[in-house]
Design a protein around this ligand. Sequence first.
Ligand code: NAD
Length: 499
Amino acid sequence: MADWFDADGRRHRKQFNNSEDAKKHEHREAALAHAVRANRELKLSGATGGKKSARSETVNATNVEIAPAKGKLGVMIPGMGAVATTFVAGVEAIRKGLAKPIGSLTQMGTVRLGKRTDGRSPKIKEFVPLAGLDDLVFTGWDIFEDNMYEAASNAGVLDQRLLDQLKPFLSSVTPRAAVFDHNYVKKIDGPNVKKGKTKMDLAEQLRDDIRDFKKTSGASRLITMWCGSTESYIEAGEAHQSVKSFEKALRSNDEMIAPSMVYAYASLMEGVPFANGAPNLTVDLPVMLELSRQNEAPVCGKDFKTGQTLMKTILAPGFKARMLGLNGWFSTNILGNRDGEVLDDPGSFKTKEESKLSVLEHILQPELYPELYGDMYHKVRINYYPPRGDNKEGWDNIDIFGWLGYPMQIKVDFLCRDSILAAPIVLDLVLLMDLAKRCSELKGLGIQEWLSFYFKSPMTVPGLYPEHDLFIQLMKLKNTLRHLKGEELITHLGLEYYD
Ligand SMILES: NC(=O)c1ccc[n+]([C@@H]2O[C@H](COP(=O)([O-])OP(=O)(O)OC[C@H]3O[C@@H](n4cnc5c(N)ncnc54)[C@H](O)[C@@H]3O)[C@@H](O)[C@H]2O)c1
């Protein structure tokens, strides 16, 4: 499927028999659109003496309307563990001026506009209307009764002295009773769990929670962000094919419906966007896409791109760019937090493994480069090792080959902090999903593919392969923002500088 925007910002899609033809077509059309726009700009600057035409705040040249980010934005988090607490505590620390939002593209990143010679590179948060950090309010669900302060202290990611400075705020965020079933997360169990005869009853209780939070917090808009444990591996089946079959399955307690899907259903029914930080299917199902489009509640996922996979999607595009071959990539981790314990169960690990393995295949495209990548061996291991807590160590042994087939090796030893890498992703997703919900062009699309940048297994419409290359993902994200604001897309063609 080729997918491109023309010079007027209209989106086009065309089906091709193979991905190579689709890509070629997409590149050709994008370059053409760029050339047309460059030509128009040139004419316009001649006519206006170089001044830009005035643009309305809400409706721009591409007719995209973006409602202002007025009022509070309520963030609802199923799973108040290491990632969720590091995110919420971090936001509060930043609001109090105690720390900086390092790692957050929305807070620190810029977007270049126009030509390289124009010198226009505003901060993303000043370019598009995002909610401010002061407007965020929080709630969550968990099977344990700890409030955010206690949960953050248990997670052991952030310094206790910092947490103590944030104690009154963090203690005020207490978990609502969870929708949970031990069969989907074998390694944990807890007391703070909802009761109901059917899964539909549980979904109704979640919908009540959502309405209650909206009312009590005074939020004008809401977002759900799944930071719960990784559930056992499930493949999409009959129950997931339509809203009708899913609701029937909810009423009959079908085992194909995992708890995360109940949260997703409740959110989307309430018109609330849903982002999935774990590798579970959750919203990557026909029923959820149907609901998402129907209720204009954007969805995205799956599995935050942190640690080892982040490194993979940085290194692998480099090997491919230089046409270096790959014989094998062996990745292993030691991890001692609760996530590590959950992933020690083969069911949950299988879900994670699927997510981690797909990355290389898609970036390196062995079908296009059989001599370089046709025979690569890719293995991923996660070992639960309590002494390390959240401070994971990930080793990669990469066997590459170069000119005339001569072998070389690269070793990566990444001593990373998982939740420190994940928290800014959560912040960006909250703000950008809220933007999508306020944006006329994005809110009814369902999957927000432009947010692939943040995920190990980006969601796409069925039949379209996901883009895993971090740099292409970043370009896609920034071009989407440019497009929303009626700015010229940047293709890096650059021929106009040499006219
Ligand atoms: N930390 C990272 O860098 C990273 C990266 C990618 C993905 N993830 C995923 O994000 C998720 C959260 O990671 P974490 O490190 O915070 O894990 P964690 O174990 O610290 O927290 C998960 C929390 O979810 C709760 N939970 C489980 N099932 C629930 C349910 N049905 N309803 C409500 N709460 C539920 C658990 O009790 C726990 O408190 C995991 O699925 C993990 O695989 C994390």
